[in-house]
Design a protein around this ligand. Sequence first.
Ligand code: ZN
Length: 55
Amino acid sequence: MPIADAAKKQIAQKRRLFFKVCMRCGRKNSIEALRCRECHSDDLRLKNRALGVKK
Ligand SMILES: [Zn+2]
């Protein structure tokens, strides 16, 4: 089912593409996160794909 609301669609795409991954345990964290939710490590790498949105 296509998402009619363009604003909601943009949020959904951001959620899917912009996040950080913990280097220690591999947990996905929010883009604003400074520490890992799982192990509280600050060793996070950025998973930041601006292009290449899959349909
Ligand atoms: Zn972690």
